[in-house]
Design a protein around this ligand. Structure first.
Ligand SMILES: C[S@@+](CC[C@H](N)C(=O)[O-])C[C@H]1O[C@@H](n2cnc3c(N)ncnc32)[C@H](O)[C@@H]1O
Length: 244
């Protein structure tokens, strides 16, 4: 089964559905809700949320965009005047869809608190084959898009010589990282672009307890508001945190 089909099958439904509803149920409510979804059928389902009786008063504040989220989010960040505007973004992918460039654009606004599901065990660890040369080139490109550059090669692989004694061996790049290191590498990247990042990202697992996602929070600013947001997020993450 192709990796991404397998991923879709394994994904725990509780993480896949319902976050739009949770946002709509949140009190106090937000001024606007923007849901971005590539699949037309799923976008139509999100549209239908609008008419549910629990939040009819919010119907005019809900915007559903059917399209590619990296592209649409970056455009939304660039087109919004963030001087008097604040937002919370939840990046909720199935797998490797969230590009680093998008996360950077969000961080640059200085106005968006961000929750990110990083597909640590769901996709990244599986894509990192034991031998770097065995990772198909489109997967290598996707890893570079998710991590923002190709430093992941040096972070997760080291050079080994298969037959060092006789000097006839080939040099190979072998995988030398555990899940913790992959997660830390992404966490460090977030810390390099956001003023404050929760120190305790949570691990979300499937029914067989395999780690699927690492759940991160990054605050828009390091001022009083940012500190409060960070404290709340770290408290929430503590409630779902388990070691890898
Ligand atoms: C984990 S689900 C999100 C569920 C959503 N939070 C909810 O409450 O219904 C991931 C969604 O991302 C969509 N998707 C995949 N790639 C995308 C992309 N590049 N841009 C926008 N949506 C995408 C999938 O169709 C899928 O519905």
């Amino acid at each position: 089964m192709p990796l991404f089909a397998q991923i879709a099958e394994e994904a725990p439904q509780k993480f896949l559905d319902g976050s739009a509803r949770i946002a709509l149920r949140t009190k106090p409510s937000f001024d606007q809700y923007l849901f971005i979804e590539k699949s037309r059928a799923r976008a139509e389902k999100l549209e239908k949320l609008r008419s549910e009786p629990d939040w009819t008063s919010l119907a005019d504040s809900v915007y559903v965009r059917c399209g590619e989220s990296n592209e649409l989010l970056r455009r939304w960040c660039d087109d919004t005047d963030w001087k008097d505007c604040r937002a919370v973004v939840f990046l909720d992918p199935f797998g490797m869809q969230v590009e680093w460039n998008t996360v950077q654009t969000i961080a640059k606004t200085g106005a968006i608190d961000t929750w990110i599901l990083f597909p640590l065990g769901m996709a990244v660890n599986r894509m990192l084959a034991d031998d770097l040369a065995d990772i198909p080139s489109p997967w290598q490109d996707r890893l570079t898009k998710v991590f923002g550059d190709d430093r992941w090669r040096g972070e997760f692989y080291h050079e080994t010589i298969s037959d060092p004694l006789f000097g006839t061996g080939k040099t190979r790049m072998r995988k030398g990282c555990a899940l913790e290191q992959i997660g830390s590498a992404y966490h460090r990247r977030l810390q390099s672009i956001f003023p404050a990042v929760a120190r305790n990202p949570a691990i979300l697992r499937n029914s067989t307890r395999s780690p699927l996602f690492q759940f991160h929070f990054a605050a828009a600013n390091a001022g009083e508001g940012g500190k409060i947001a960070l404290r709340i997020a770290e408290h929430l993450l503590k409630g779902i945190t388990e070691d890898i």
